[in-house]
Design a protein around this ligand. Structure first.
Ligand code: TYM
Length: 373
C-alpha cells in the first residue's frame, strides 16, 4: 500500500497515514497557532502539543471560550477492553492525565466492555471482563486522580446510559451508521447500536451539572468518526457539541500500521526488560543504512525511524536532547543500534516504574470496578 492508499476507521488503520489528507477527509481542523496559544494559557505547554503529535481538533474554541469564562469543562476518554495495553494507549492517556491535572477537571473514563464483544467474533463477555480488570490496572497506574475520575463500565452502568443511548439511536439512521463505519447488511445489529453508547458520556456532563456543560475528548484521530455522529445528534437533542483533541498514531514496531492490541508489533506494559530489548533490536523499523560504513557516510533518516518516532512521541520530552539525537542520526554519527539502545533504556526505565505502580493499582482495582457511577 502506498502513502496515497491509507485508510483510517475506528476498527482498522492500514497504510502510511497522510495526516494532511486525513484532516480533509475527516472534516476536522488543524490545531493552529492561535488556538494553541489560547489553550496554553490555561494548561501550559506539553511536548505532545508543541511537536504536533496532538495535531487536530473539532470545536476546541468552545472549550476555550468556556475556560476563558471560568466555566467547568469535563474531559472524556475511553478504552474498549479486548487485549493488553500497549505504549500507544499510554501515549493518549498520559496526555489526558496531564490535561485533567492542568484543568483540574472531572474525567469520565468509559470502558465499553461490549464494544469489542460485538465487533470481534471470538471475544466473549468473560474475556472482556478479564481485560476490563487488567486494563484498569494500567489506567489506574498512570496516576489519574481517582477522586476526580469516574469509570463508566457499559454493562455495569447501563442504567445510567441506556435511556440516553436510545435517544441518540432515535435520531440516527442505519444508513448513517453504515456509511460512517463501513458496516454491511450482514453485520450484527449490535455493531449498529454501539456508537450510541460512545456518544452518551459526551452528554453526561450536562446531565450531571444540570446545565449546558462543555466536554473535551482526547483520543487518537480514528475515534473522531464516532464523535462526528455525536456532534450531529447533540444539536438535535439540545446538548452542547463535544470537542475533540486528536492525536496521530504511535506506529507499530514494523511501522506498517498503528500499534494495536491485536498485533504482535507492540510493546506491552507488562513486557520484561529483555523482551523489550529483543523486540526493538529485532523488529523496530530502522531509518539507518545497511552497513556501518554507508551509515557513517550517508547518515540515517529519523523521520521514518520507529525508534526516533517513539522517542519524539513518548520517551524524550527534552527538545534539545531530541534535536541532538535527530542531528547525530542524520549525520551518521549515531548508529541505528545506538539509537535503539537509547530507546530501550528509556522504555525499560519507564516500565520499571509503571510495573511498580501496577502492583499498587492491583490493590484498588476491584473497589474501582465495584463503584457506582
Ligand atoms: P481503543 O480501546 O481501541 O483505544 C483506546 C485509546 O487509545 C487510542 N489508541 C492509540 N493512540 C495512539 N496510537 C496508537 N497506536 C493507538 N491505539 C489506540 C485510541 O484512539 C483511544 O483513544 N471505541 C474506543 C473506546 C472509547 C473511547 C471513548 C476512546 C469509548 N469512548 C472516548 C476515546 C474517547 C476504542 O475502541 O478505543
Amino acid at each position: 500500500m502506498t502513502k496515497e492508499e491509507f485508510s483510517v476507521t475506528p476498527y482498522e488503520v492500514t497504510g502510511q497515514v497522510d495526516y494532511d489528507k486525513l484532516i480533509l477527509q475527516f472534516g476536522v481542523k488543524r490545531i493552529d497557532t492561535a488556538s494553541l496559544a489560547r489553550l496554553k494559557k490555561h494548561t501550559g505547554d506539553h511536548f505532545m502539543l508543541r511537536r504536533q503529535h496532538f495535531f487536530a481538533h473539532t470545536n476546541l474554541d468552545k472549550v476555550l471560550d468556556a475556560l476563558d469564562k471560568k466555566e467547568k469543562v469535563y474531559i472524556y476518554t475511553g478504552r474498549a477492553p479486548s487485549g493488553p495495553i500497549h505504549i500507544g494507549h499510554l501515549f493518549v492517556w498520559t496526555f489526558t492525565k496531564w490535561l485533567q491535572d492542568r484543568l483540574n477537571a472531572t474525567l469520565i473514563f468509559q470502558i465499553p466492555d461490549e464494544e469489542k464483544v460485538l465487533f470481534k467474533d471470538d471475544l466473549t463477555f468473560e474475556d472482556s471482563a478479564k481485560w476490563t480488570r487488567e486494563n484498569l490496572i494500567d489506567i489506574i497506574a498512570l496516576g489519574f486522580d481517582l477522586k476526580k475520575t469516574r469509570f463508566l463500565i457499559d454493562t455495569k452502568h447501563a442504567n445510567v446510559m441506556y435511556k440516553l443511548a436510545c435517544q441518540v439511536a432515535k435520531k440516527t439512521t442505519a444508513s448513517t451508521v453504515r456509511a460512517l463505519f463501513g458496516l454491511k447488511n450482514e453485520d450484527n445489529v449490535g455493531k449498529y447500536f454501539y456508537t450510541t453508547m460512545q456518544s452518551v458520556p459526551a452528554f453526561l456532563p450536562t446531565v450531571f451539572e444540570g446545565k449546558q456543560t462543555q466536554c473535551l475528548i482526547p483520543c487518537a484521530v480514528d475515534q473522531d468518526v464516532h464523535f462526528r455522529l455525536t456532534r450531529d445528534v447533540a444539536e438535535k437533542l439540545g446538548y452542547p457539541k463535544p470537542a475533540t483533541i486528536l492525536s496521530k498514531f504511535v506506529p507499530s514496531l514494523s511501522r506498517d500500521s498503528k500499534m494495536s492490541s491485536s498485533g504482535e508489533q507492540a510493546i506491552w506494559t507488562t513486557d520484561a526488560p529483555k523482551e523489550v530489548e529483543r523486540k526493538i533490536r529485532k523488529y523496530a523499523f530502522s531509518g539507518g543504512k545497511d552497513t556501518v560504513e554507508e551509515h557513517r557516510k550517508l547518515g540515517g533518516n529519523p523521520d521514518i525511524d520507529v525508534s526516533f518516532q517513539w522517542l519524539s512521541m513518548l520517551f524524550e520530552p527534552d527538545d534539545h536532547k531530541l534535536a541532538s539525537i535527530h542531528d547525530d542520526y542524520k549525520s551518521g554519527k549515531l548508529l541505528s543500534g545506538e539509537l535503539k539502545q537509547i530507546l530501550i533504556d528509556k522504555i525499560n526505565a519507564f516500565l520499571a516504574e509503571h510495573q511498580k505502580r501496577r502492583l499498587d493499582a492491583e490493590k484498588v482495582v476491584d473497589s474501582v470496578i465495584a463503584q457506582h457511577f
